[in-house]
Design a protein around this ligand. Structure first.
Ligand code: AOS
Ligand code: ZN
Ligand code: ZN
Ligand code: ZN
Length: 426
């Protein structure tokens, strides 16, 4: 199923009047406080977020998985789903693939399909947290950190294969997330496990094409519950420095212990030019992978405030790769992703509104109240008319979820693909 510009434009007609007055009203207020609204709207429209191929089916928990009818059965159908998201939102111009789940059969066809839908291939993800059918070695006790050289070598080779696949698709980065760790004290030697991980990453890094980046993700626990080899940003940062200038830390919002000050981690990494990628999601307790902005929208805004500051003030930091990493058991995954895209752009737009000059002078004067007022003034602004305008400008839907439902997209997908389909992934 594909959506045409005409289908979306005709739905937009109904909402156009209300949008026009809301946009004008907000524009007037923002222009009065010195903002260039045209510029803001363009910046929002340009903000693109990669959709993870593994979030297009209903996720599961260890207690069960409730599939969504019409889930994509293969890479082509996953690309079609992201194409639908992009047509509706104008914000999802990239897809992030996971290998081996998404290994293409026909590269040319896959590239053409992506291009036609306006999609590029963002970071490639390797998978050394599961044993694959017929694999010679097991990852039960680790992959890049395993004490068995054969397991480590298999894991390194898998990553090299993922790079080759990505090169054929035009991707420019590899994300490594390791499940390696220990469930019990004494199970393994921390230093040796870390040393082996550094050594394996070095081998992967050595095979990285000149214009590629390596993103090293960290996570404090799960699936191992006593320790994780790359447990925090500091360990990831250290390993990235060990590898070299093309290696960076990747921050997944769900990969922190409760109440961690993530915005400060973002600031520190950008200060050092080492924030490479981002996985958006939201959580109440752990790596809950819930819809972005559904639980802690103010924290998300504060994180974006640091991201925007870093993009402007840390020229050594590359423009980060934005990706969603969410999963859900109860919603239609496409509707859930639309909600996440909206929350990300909303937080970004609010961060763009922060009066950085005024904030700096308030900080210099130690005017704590004013500092808070400046941030919250931006946060409390309802920026949704800007987001809608950004979509209108790019031919996407003013109301993406409304359009998705009016066009009965899930029913069409179910008719095409069947009720009992199961997307590959977690
Ligand atoms: C796992 O917790 C991580 O967030 C990874 O990014 C992982 O690769 C992804 O969730 C898909 O398995
Ligand atoms: Zn992640
Ligand atoms: Zn995660
Ligand atoms: Zn997550």
């Amino acid at each position: 199923m594909k959506l045409s510009k005409d289908q979306i434009a005709s739905l937009n007609k109904d909402a156009a009047g209300g949008q026009k007055s809301a946009y004008e009203f907000l524009s007037e207020a923002l222009e009065t406080s010195g903002h260039d609204v045209g510029d803001l709207t363009r910046q929002i429209a340009d903000f693109q977020i990669a959709i993870p191929s593994w979030a297009l089916g209903a996720g599961g928990t260890r207690f069960g998985r409730f599939s969504m009818p019409g889930e994509p059965r293969n890479l082509e159908e996953k690309l079609a789903d992201v194409g639908l998201l992009h047509a509706l939102t104008g914000a999802a111009g990239a897809i992030s693939l996971h290998i081996p789940w998404d290994t293409p059969e026909d590269y040319k066809a896959v590239r053409e399909q992506a291009e036609e839908a306006g999609l590029v291939f963002d970071a490639m993800n390797s998978n050394t947290f599961q044993d694959q059918k017929g694999a010679g070695e097991t990852y039960k006790f680790g992959s890049l950190s395993n004490s068995s050289e054969a397991s480590r070598q298999q894991a390194v080779e898998h990553n090299l294969e993922v790079i080759r696949i990505g090169e054929n698709l035009g991707s420019k980065s590899l994300t490594v997330w390791l499940a390696d760790g220990a469930n019990f004290p004494g199970q393994r030697n921390f230093q040796r496990a870390l040393d082996r991980t550094a050594d394996s990453l070095e081998k992967i890094y050595a095979a990285l094409p000149e214009d590629w980046k390596l993103f090293i993700e960290y996570k404090p626990y799960e699936p191992n519950f006593y320790s994780t080899v790359i447990q925090d940003w500091g360990t990831s940062f250290m390993l990235a420095n060990h590898c070299g200038p093309k290696a960076y830390t990747l921050v997944d919002l769900g990969h922190h212990l409760p109440n961690t000050n993530i915005e400060q981690i973002v600031a520190t990494l950008m200060y050092k030019g080492k924030l490479g990628g981002f996985h958006f999601n939201d959580s109440k307790y752990g790596d809950d992978d819930l819809t972005v902005g559904s639980i802690k929208p103010y924290a998300l805004f504060l994180i974006f405030n640091e991201l925007v500051y870093g993009i402007r003030n840390n020229p050594d930091n590359p423009y980060p790769a934005w990706m969603i990493d969410a999963s859900h058991n109860t919603k239609d995954p496409l509707e859930d992703l639309i909600q996440s895209l909206e929350a990300i752009r909303e937080a970004y737009a609010k961060a763009l509104l922060v009066d950085q000059k005024a904030l700096e002078s308030a900080q210099m004067e130690h005017d704590v109240v004013r500092c808070q007022e400046i941030l919250q003034d931006a946060y409390r602004t309802d920026v949704r008319p800007l987001l809608r305008q950004a979509r209108l400008l790019t031919g996407a839907a003013i109301d993406p979820i409304g359009a998705y439902r009016k066009l009965d997209v899930r029913r069409h997908l179910t008719d095409q693909r069947g009720r009992e389909t199961v997307a590959t992934g977690l």
